[in-house]
Design a protein around this ligand. Sequence first.
Ligand SMILES: Cc1cc2nc3c(=O)[nH]c(=O)nc-3n(C[C@H](O)[C@H](O)[C@H](O)COP(=O)(O)OP(=O)(O)OC[C@H]3O[C@@H](n4cnc5c(N)ncnc54)[C@H](O)[C@@H]3O)c2cc1C
Length: 452
Amino acid sequence: MGRLYNKAIYNFDEPVKSYWEDISSPDQSNFPTLVGDHECEVAVIGGGFTGISTAYHLAKNYNCDVRLLEAGHMGWASSGRNAGFACIPATKLSINQLFKTYGEDETKLFFKSQIEGVDLLQEIINEHNIDCEQAGSGNYDVAHHPTAVDELKSWGDDLQKHFDIKTKWIQQEEFDEIGHQSTEQFGAIWMEPGFAMNPMAFLSGFANAAHNFGAKLHARSNVIKWEKNEGFHKLITKEGSLKAKKVVMATNGYTDESLHKSFAKRIMPVLSNIIITREMSDEEFDLQNYKTLIPICNSREILYYYRRMPSNRMLFGTRGDTFGDPKSALKMKEYMTKCFRGVFPHWNDIDIEYYWRGTIVYTRDWTPSVGSLEDDPSVYFSYGYSANGNNTTVYCGKKLSELICASNSGEVNLPAIYKGLSPKFPFASMRLWGLRFMLSYYRYFEQNKREL
Ligand SMILES: Cc1cc2nc3c(=O)[nH]c(=O)nc-3n(C[C@H](O)[C@H](O)[C@H](O)COP(=O)(O)OP(=O)(O)OC[C@H]3O[C@@H](n4cnc5c(N)ncnc54)[C@H](O)[C@@H]3O)c2cc1C
């Protein structure tokens, strides 16, 4: 089994019809297809934020001979098509669960690293003057139902108490004025780290910066076979091959599980979907009193995430669909339009102009996995950021570059929560059935809560 969903999800030759692709039309002239046989020190598979960050830091900080192979165009997958929230943390585990499993010290290091990721993202944007429509300061979590208020309040208190993260609870009436009104707004917690951006514009700037530091990036170079002979890896694409001493696996939710046996059965890719409205006038935004540009997640189990964009459109996202075929995409778009209008009923007539989707990845231990293989330390990996990859990938790519190049000069400072391969899923061929069951359960649970 190579990949879990319908083949429509993995059509690397076609850009997804996203708003970002439309307005950012990424220039790929620096990223030629790999043609013929080549060699390098480090080969990276995957041209999303993880792979690009690894190549960028290897080239910039270690002058390393690195090449990157991407099946589609740079940023073809989740990195170029996400909602653009820089937010924390990259795990579904609660603070208590993290404390219990990893201890307080490691959990603190994890949260610190998550903020380092946000800062690193900002640093790269500034250093290379990347125009990626940054907007909003911090993030909001909105209580979608009165029963969610206490939990959100204590989440904010815990972030402040344990990790020194600035947070503020905002009552429903105040949020009505500074945030927005909706049928699912009962107060919100604001937290300081984070912002919103156009992920494709950031990715283009980032990939070009890596190129300018000397990394060789190849788009439209799908790795179809991976061989190892006499201490060298050989990655084979349709039109060429790349021999390397070390390989980085940076394919996250698009991993071909038949490419290398160590990466089989370890990820649960989940489809996340986005709709975007037409441009709206200030008067139309006033109908929901929608003021803020700060990105928002709500407290539903299958959460809604949304934001007003600097271009005066609304972006609205949620997870769902466990098939991935074109017919289920149409159903999902309809379902999401209904959800969006349920939350913002005064926008009932606003047209939806874009719909697209991609994968996020959960692991069996619900935390990201970073490191090198025990039985072959020349193979490195980083994956499994839940839905918060934008800051985490950039941080993890930098850490991978340190692991690859600086490990001789001492232990690389990577919090334990990230370390090592995640466990395999039992009954891995049944993963999508497990997901279907979970999604149905949460939808039923949410429906009953609303009827309380
Ligand atoms: C709809 C949506 C909304 C999201 N919103 C947010 C958000 O607001 N904030 C946030 O932090 N995160 C968000 N995420 C998650 C975030 O996008 C990901 O965690 C992150 O982009 C992962 O980056 P990556 O580089 O590891 O993987 P990807 O960006 O998916 O890149 C992996 C790359 O590997 C390539 N590849 C796979 N197999 C091969 C092969 N054999 N040969 C060559 N190349 C190969 C793929 O083509 C792909 O480009 C969202 C995701 C989705 C889908």
